[in-house]
Design a protein around this ligand. Structure first.
Ligand SMILES: O=P(O)(O)OC[C@H]1O[C@](O)(CO)[C@@H](O)[C@@H]1O
Length: 368
């Protein structure tokens, strides 16, 4: 597998090298925001408000579906009047009980960890909200428990349906008066994803296309991706996950100030000194900083000092500033850009972004 950047401006390669249609799926993100909003309204998620506010919200989901929980927590912010936690495994924490809301998210609606948690939620008498494919095992659990279920028209891999799976959670949180989110906000988010899709469209050439430019920055490096706020950290985590699944690529991620207490020591290590890819940059590491306008003042100082230090060590740096007034808009912009970059990175290596054969193989092995 060799990195050949000229592949990114070869329209035939971009279409033939992407038989599963990951680029068109990323381009559909804005439409997914609108569809996810309509699906939540039609499923009457506002019915959750009839029982009053829960003590806590627990989102259960794996991979992209778990990120829906992270986005919800970041949108609700530090001032949220209740805890919002994401569970990415088989067990509901012991403290979760009948006064809590459990939101089970699964695109396919059959992921074993998520089904296990949804079943425990029903047994413990929690309020359950399900989001996922129509006619799925998750819908059956929700229906059996007379719980609200939002059937979303999933198109394929959950990572390509992130917004379909996320928006219903935010609509539910708005009904519970936890976040001020209305149709106008979702339209603004859709517009920002549309704008990103336009700037990153396959026919736009590498020198003006931010998705292709970020892919070129990431190629032949092991990226450390930092977010400078809770919202930007969600985008950093999403980018790392997309690099793993789309480009079959390693990445480290973290949030400032926390990464400033450990990860940055790698600037003084062997990967910062040598280039294991033997290309021309002379360094293996790349620092990618996703910046948010809403940074703690000390985080701003730490970010600036860390970037200066990285540059002094000759660690290449990419800095990206989130745009938009609402944290959801800013997350969407960064996520949209990362979705394109990870797909272009795959295509630059002639890797099909859609199949996840290692994941599929392990799933098959443990199901025997
Ligand atoms: O949303 P689902 O269908 O529960 O899938 C969760 C995650 O599991 C995977 O299917 C891989 O096992 C990912 O593609 C996805 O992000």
């Amino acid at each position: 597998m060799t990195w050949e950047p000229e592949r990114l401006d070869d329209q035939r390669h971009l279409s033939e090298g992407d038989p599963g249609g990951m680029l068109p799926a990323v381009a559909a993100s804005a439409a997914h925001v609108r569809t996810g909003y309509r699906a939540a309204i039609e499923a009457r998620v506002d019915r959750l408000a009839a029982q009053g506010r829960p003590r806590a919200i627990v989102v259960a989901g794996m991979g992209a579906s778990g990120i829906a929980g992270d986005i919800l927590a970041a949108v609700a912010g530090n001032g949220a009047p209740l805890p919002i936690v994401t569970v990415r495994s088989y067990q509901l924490p012991g403290w979760v009980g009948a006064t809590d809301l459990v939101i089970a998210v699964s695109g396919a609606g059959d992921t074993e960890e998520t089904l296990a948690v949804a079943t425990q939620a029903v047994r413990r008498g929690c309020t359950l909200l399900g989001v996922g494919a129509p006619g799925s095992p998750l819908e059956a659990i929700a229906t059996q428990a007379s719980a609200v279920y939002v059937p979303v028209p999933v198109t394929g891999a959950s990572r390509a349906d992130l917004w379909l799976l996320t928006v219903p959670l935010i609509v539910a949180a708005a009904a519970l008066r936890l976040v001020p989110a209305d149709a106008d906000l979702f339209e603004r988010v859709a517009k920002s994803l549309e704008d990103m899709a336009n700037r990153c469209r396959p026919s736009s050439e590498s020198f003006i296309n931010p998705g292709k430019a970020l892919a070129a920055d990431l190629a032949e490096t092991v990226p450390m991706i930092w977010g400078s706020s809770p919202s930007a950290a969600v985008a950093a985590y999403r980018l790392a996950c997309q690099l793993h699944t789309n480009a079959k690529y390693p990445a480290m991620w973290g949030e400032l100030p926390e990464v400033g207490h450990h990860q940055m020591e790698a600037f003084d290590g062997p990967m910062a000194e040598r280039d294991i890819f033997a290309d021309t940059s002379g360094r293996t590491l790349r620092l990618v900083v996703l910046r948010d306008v809403e940074e703690h003042p000390q985080v701003t100082r730490r970010r600036e000092a860390s970037l200066r230090l990285a540059r002094e060590r000759d660690v290449p740096v990419t800095e990206l500033l989130a745009e938009g007034t609402h944290p959801l808009e800013r997350m969407a912009g960064l996520i949209g850009l990362g979705d394109y970059a990870s797909t272009y990175l795959a295509l630059g290596y002639a890797i099909d972004p859609t199949p996840v054969s290692a994941i599929t193989e392990v799933k098959a092995r443990i199901s025997q």
